[in-house]
Design a protein around this ligand. Structure first.
Ligand code: TLP
Length: 365
């Protein structure tokens, strides 16, 4: 991202171009040149009639890669999760999820709005639930409690600092849930980051889940789009829920073309983002007033600025004045996310600014 002018006080007051380093999220990534070319050349048709060849190709490849029967292209991760919760529940049920999960905190109460369900949030320090924690919260139908309808897991866990489910923990949850007749939906917005960390395929690490939503538009760099994968029966119903949510897209092949490149070519570079995140986290943890509460496994660094005496708004504003964008995520915690549009050199620049701000430098000093 280019800002036209350097903030007043930097660069001697002379307006000049400065590169903004955007660490707010991996959602800010821009499509690559190859994606833009594929979009321009995409073969398209009306996808509501099932006639867009590029969307059909993307859905077929996503299903193959995840070893599921079918896949559905949706405009956003939020829509994918909303449809999944609707698929597996009926009104008046509870959805077990982690307390800081995206479905519970950042999707406008969609499970109540669209599915008539309430969340049963369970806190796990690193965002990773265990079967033992879940088992204690499962409720049967009775005269008081709303019965459990679904278990929802997030891998990687965004607000817990990009933490990854150990495959055996995830399998234990799914096997036990299935034994009780419960389904498991995985919010795998960043599942390719989890796979890169584990050195395993997404198929291996998501196989026991009934449905998986993953995003093409985050670390994988596509401009728009997410996928929902699952059984043929589930995806057939999901297609109808997508239409009800207004997500029946017509010549969506222009988007799917970029999605195919995201899916096939981008996962192999994610470890670069992980190395950059580890580099930032290591330096941050040594700065005065800053602590990094979680081990950094993927591309997300959550850090606590309580010791600086600044609010997250003040911290963000001081960084912004130095060309670095990072947001607060509540309390005294902030989150930075590495991605393909941020280089190691950018990370070094960001660290210089972070060190200045942490040391209590005044705005524009
Ligand atoms: N996450 C965004 C914000 O909404 C917080 C971000 O910047 O990280 N699941 C997970 C785990 C997510 O992190 C997100 C987006 C979604 C679902 C929703 O995806 P979109 O934005 O495509 O609806």
């Amino acid at each position: 991202m280019k800002a036209r002018f350097l903030p007043r006080g930097l660069g001697g007051g002379r307006p000049e171009e400065v590169r903004i380093i955007d660490l707010r999220s991996d959602t800010v990534t821009k499509p690559t040149a190859a994606m833009r070319q594929a979009m321009a050349e995409a073969e398209v048709g009306d996808d509501v009639y099932g006639e867009d060849p590029t969307v059909n190709r993307l859905e077929k490849r996503a299903a193959e890669i995840f070893g599921k029967e079918a896949a559905l292209f949706v405009p956003t991760g939020t829509m994918g999760n909303t449809i999944a919760i609707k698929l597996h529940t009926t009104h008046g049920q509870e959805v077990i999820c982690e307390a800081r999960s995206h479905v519970f905190n950042y999707e406008l109460a969609m499970m109540a709005w669209f599915s008539g369900c309430v969340a049963r949030p369970i806190y796990a320090e690193n965002g990773i639930l265990t079967w033992e924690q879940i088992r204690r919260e499962i409720r049967p139908l009775g005269p008081h409690a709303a019965p459990t309808g679904l278990i929802e897991l997030e891998n990687t866990h965004n607000m817990a600092g990009g933490s990854v489910y150990p495959p055996e923990v995830l399998r234990e949850i799914c096997d036990n849930a299935h034994e009780m007749g419960l389904k498991v939906h995985l919010d795998g917005a960043r599942i390719f980051n989890a796979a890169a960390y584990l050195g395993r395929s997404v198929l291996e690490i998501t196989a026991p889940c009934d449905t998986v939503m993953f995003c093409l538009s985050k670390g994988l760099g596509a401009p728009v789009g997410s996928m929902l994968v699952g059984s043929a029966e589930a995806i057939e119903r999901a297609r109808l829920y997508r239409k009800r949510l207004g997500g029946g897209m017509r010549q969506a092949g222009v988007l799917a073309a970029a999605g195919l490149i995201a899916l096939e070519e981008m996962p192999s570079r994610l470890s670069e983002d992980h190395a950059n995140a580890a580099f930032l986290a290591d330096a941050l943890s040594k700065m005065p007033g800053i602590s990094v509460p979680h081990e950094v496994q993927t591309n997300i660094v959550v850090f606590d600025i309580a010791g600086t005496g600044l609010t997250t708004e003040e911290f963000s504003a001081r960084l912004k004045a130095r060309g670095i964008l990072i947001n607060g995520i509540g309390g005294t915690r902030m989150r930075l996310v590495t991605h393909m549009d941020v280089s190691r050199e950018d990370c070094e620049k960001a660290l210089t600014a972070l060190a200045q701000v942490a040391a209590g430098a005044a705005v524009n000093a």
